[in-house]
Write a protein that binds this ligand. Structure first.
Ligand code: FDA
Length: 515
């Protein structure tokens, strides 16, 4: 038998010896011959771009049901020369939690879907959340215990806690409470030696790096202890849609300087997309807001700070915070909150996204140009999330996420399509890359910044020198995500994972003293 096969057998032995399960391991170790292998593999994949015959599948999927299984996975994989992809919610925009880009390595997936306990402590206002839980599960679990607390993380309920918090994580409470990663109190991490570390045993630098430095690089996060944040019993949401002839461009233009300066309790994001109205194609800017308070106060604030939007009482929808999570996720709060528990089963669409940060208001002419690109091709959506407030009060170096004071808003360009669409992969890629090129003069420079959780491999990928990712090459993409913090991230990587075991195409490369 070949060496590779010998190694694989020895790897499996190591796992069988270390992972005991009453059901004979078939619920923990999924080899390709396991009848549930494919459905489990697909269950959290969100992007069909990476589900095709050219994508190499993992040799094995390990779905730990307790922490010792995670440790055994690391030890056994390392001993036998296999690499690991770590998956929590599987939402990585470039599929890095379940595929290798050049298909050159034999890898296994450690999938944390079965590690998803959530323990909410209302008295202390904290929660321990295992990495395989989703945002929806966390929001739901908080809401069945209390309506006094929420958690400031992303909008899509199926996103995994593991990857999301590792890369920052933001949603409708960003302006009041910052990122999900800004609200982490402690964490459990399995490092490249298979040791289980917590905040006090891992060292301050590693605890800093894992809160925003992106998933994968430092080990496998098993759980996060998070600080819950107070929410009022009644919050208010509204959506006001405006097309061009209703002054969408003027409103977007004003929004740029108003939205980042609004009261911290108010976040108004914009979703710009093409719609059909009266048989006509138009671009619509949707102003979508969450206010942590009641309608009366919101209307007052809007009249003073953003009268141009014409926000009136009739636009208000008052509800509980958990209903607002439903509203943003499903465009309605009129469904049962159990919908937040649905983890999905398999991918149904292809997509590609890119991101930018804006520091100076974009001229109207440029906004017009961008919206016309949406109209021309109907290829995508642009989402603008305002920063300011709390984001201005956290220093650039407090955590690896550097996009703080001075950023007005984040833009996400997003294109999606299904098998039934007539547009091709090439057309969609051309559209999103073109709009990104068009925006270059108007967005952050030196570096042109990007958000790690909207992962974009166009920014660059790791290059190996003697089997270890090169720090110099990594700077090309790394400083876009992390600016000056990239160097510190790389120094931490050298300390905790010098052999670069936890690797992917955009994992942080190690920087050794003297390099
Ligand atoms: P996944 O499991 O794919 O992991 C992402 C990365 O982290 C991979 O590199 C993976 O290896 C690594 N990783 C995962 N679990 C780990 C663990 N336990 N330990 C160490 N490394 C781990 N973002 C946002 O800020 N706000 C939002 O509102 C949204 N909304 C949104 C909607 C949709 C439909 C998608 C597809 C994505 C978003 N995102 C988002 C982006 C999201 O935050 C980002 O993709 C997260 O990394 C996803 O985390 P998952 O655990 O789901 O992904």
């Amino acid at each position: 038998i070949s060496l590779a096969n010998q190694n694989y057998q020895s790897f499996l032995h190591c796992l069988y010896n270390n992972i005991q399960s009453s059901e004979g391991n078939s619920d923990i170790l999924y080899t390709p011959s396991n009848s549930n292998y494919t459905s489990f593999y697909l269950s959290s994949i969100r992007n069909l771009r990476f589900v095709n015959s050219a994508t190499t599948k993992p040799l094995l999927i390990i779905a730990p049901t307790n922490v010792s299984h995670v440790q055994a996975s690391v030890v056994c994989a390392r001993e036998n020369g296999f690499s690991i992809r770590v998956r929590s919610g599987g939402h990585d925009y470039e599929g890095l939690s379940y595929r290798e880009v050049d298909n050159s390595r034999q890898f296994v997936i450690v999938d944390l879907a079965n590690l998803r306990e959530i323990d909410v402590d209302v008295t202390r206002g904290t929660a321990w959340v295992q990495a395989g839980a989703t945002l929806g599960e966390l929001y739901y679990k908080i809401s069945i215990k209390t309506n006094l607390y929420g958690f400031p993380a992303g909008i899509c309920p199926t996103v995994g806690i593991g990857g999301h918090i590792s890369g920052g994580g933001f949603g409708t409470m960003l302006r009041k409470y910052g990122l999900a990663s800004d609200n982490v109190l402690d964490a459990l991490l399995v490092d490249s030696n298979g040791d289980l570390l917590h905040k006090d045993s891992m060292g301050e630098d590693l605890f800093w790096a894992m809160r925003g430095g992106g998933g994968t690089s430092y080990g496998i996060v098993v759980s996060w202890k998070v600080k819950l944040v107070p929410v009022p019993p009644i919050v208010t949401v509204f959506t006001i849609n405006r097309v061009m002839k209703e002054g969408a461009i003027d409103l977007m233009s004003k929004w740029q300087s108003i939205a980042p300066r609004l009261h911290e309790d108010l976040l108004i994001r914009i979703v710009a997309q093409q719609i059909y109205e009266g048989g006509e194609r138009q671009v619509q800017a949707g102003f979508n807001a969450l206010f942590l308070g009641e309608c009366v106060q919101l209307v007052e604030l809007m009249e003073t700070d953003f009268p141009e939007l014409g926000m009136r009482r009739q636009y208000c929808k008052e509800m509980s915070w958990i209903e607002s999570a439903l509203y943003f996720a499903f465009y309605t709060s009129d469904i049962s909150k159990e919908a937040l528990l649905d983890r999905g089963t398999e991918p149904y669409r292809y997509f590609k996204a890119k991101s930018d940060f804006v520091k100076e208001p974009i001229p109207k002419s440029a906004l017009e140009k961008v919206l016309s690109l949406i109209l021309d091709d109907n290829a995508g959506v642009i989402i603008m999330d305002p920063y300011g407030a709390k984001m201005d009060n956290i220093s650039e170096t407090a955590t690896p996420f550097p996009h703080r004071k001075g950023n007005l808003y984040n833009i996400q360009y997003f294109t999606e399509w299904t098998q039934h669409d007539t547009t091709t992969y090439e057309e969609r890629m051309r559209w999103i890359r073109n709009i990104y090129d068009e925006m270059e003069p108007y967005v952050s420079t030196n570096p042109r910044a990007a958000y790690i959780n909207y992962r974009d491999l166009d920014l660059g990928i790791n290059e190996l020198v003697d089997g270890i990712s090169s720090y110099e090459k990594g700077r090309i993409w790394g400083e876009k995500y992390f600016k000056g913090n990239f160097e510190k991230l790389a120094l931490v990587k050298a300390r905790v994972d010098p052999s670069d075991f936890f690797w992917n195409e955009q994992s942080v490369p190690p920087l050794f003293a003297g390099d």
